[in-house]
Design a binder for this molecule. Sequence first.
Ligand code: NAD
Ligand code: UDP
Length: 336
Amino acid sequence: MKILLTGGAGFIGSHTATVLIEKGYEIVILDDFSNSKPGAVARLEQIVGREIALEHVDLCEKTAVEDVFSRHKIDCVLHFAGLKAVGESVEKPLLYYENNLVGTLNLLHVMADMGVKKFVFSSSATVYDSRNPVPFMEEHSIGPVNPYGWTKSMIEQILLDLSASDPEWAVTLLRYFNPIGAHPSGLIGEDPQGIPNNLVPYVAKVAAGQLATIHIWGDDYDTPDGTGVRDYIHVMDLARGHLLAVEYLKTHKGCKVFNLGTGKGYSVKEVISAYEKACGKSLPAQIDARRAGDLATVYANVDLAEKELGFTAELGIEQMCADSWNWQKKSLVFDE
Ligand code: NAD
Ligand code: UDP
């Protein structure tokens, strides 16, 4: 089975590639390198010990996408490609709607034309209406609050409608919670451009001495220590979730949504202390005002993924921080 990974040079796609190759799948990576570097694919090749087919293509260029499908006999697509920075999506909504929606529509058109109808979509916990009680469940209502989240829920709707129109489609919508950590080799990991928005990449840069102080956005939430609680999941567990989704699609048609998280929440302070343990030093941190739009507590109900996909996250917060730190230290020398 040959699997196309759009956005496969990025954080989650590259880790998923290692798991698929290890299981014997053939893969093709398609990426425009708008938020990743070709060097990540070279290091991925080092991990798996073989060459990987790489297509430098922007999904918004439909003829280039057609060309990829005409040269490779693709059986299944994992669609990671997309822009993902919430703040940037508020400032540049047209860029986000254009890239994420046009890119996905081009991909789906080409797939339909070529008769390739197995599809795994990278969705997000951000699609949930924040008024739902935690833990979030797949049947809870949708209510994104920013353009990024809207692109995810619009694409989910497109895929639901497409599957309803043609029973040959087999689609899973994977709603990720907070992926962190890195491959145990330390050769690939999350590589944000500029100052990170997310907690763990920021903490990693403070640990590496590249940023001065961690800013804790609010310690007056209704949580045990007052700081925000999230469902962090190791990226290698998440990668394994994709493998299980691919296997699920072999026997299940239609469109099915799954949360991918651990079902457990950790506070900002708990994450920082796990990171301090991983890097062996205490990290400077200060309390600042709450970040606009943040919720106190978000975590997943993971029963459905466990029951239908056989997925359970195995790696805890200590391993997530240890692998993040291992990558952070090594990544300082990678510049491509
Ligand atoms: P990433 O930015 O590391 O990877 C995405 C990749 O897609 C990048 O390599 C980028 O260059 C590529 N890309 C973007 N637009 C493209 C286009 N038009 N054509 C071709 N390639 C394009 O992000 P990630 O963290 O690996 O996330 C993967 C997917 O998972 C994204 O769709 C993201 O929205 C979703 N997601 C991520 C998180 C998270 O916290 N990382 C959480 C929920 C959902
Ligand atoms: N957070 C923080 N400082 C940062 C980045 C994030 O205190 O520099 C907090 C944020 O308020 C939230 C948690 O860390 O409670 C996770 O934030 P992140 O942006 O990583 O994930 P998201 O909020 O999108 O789930």
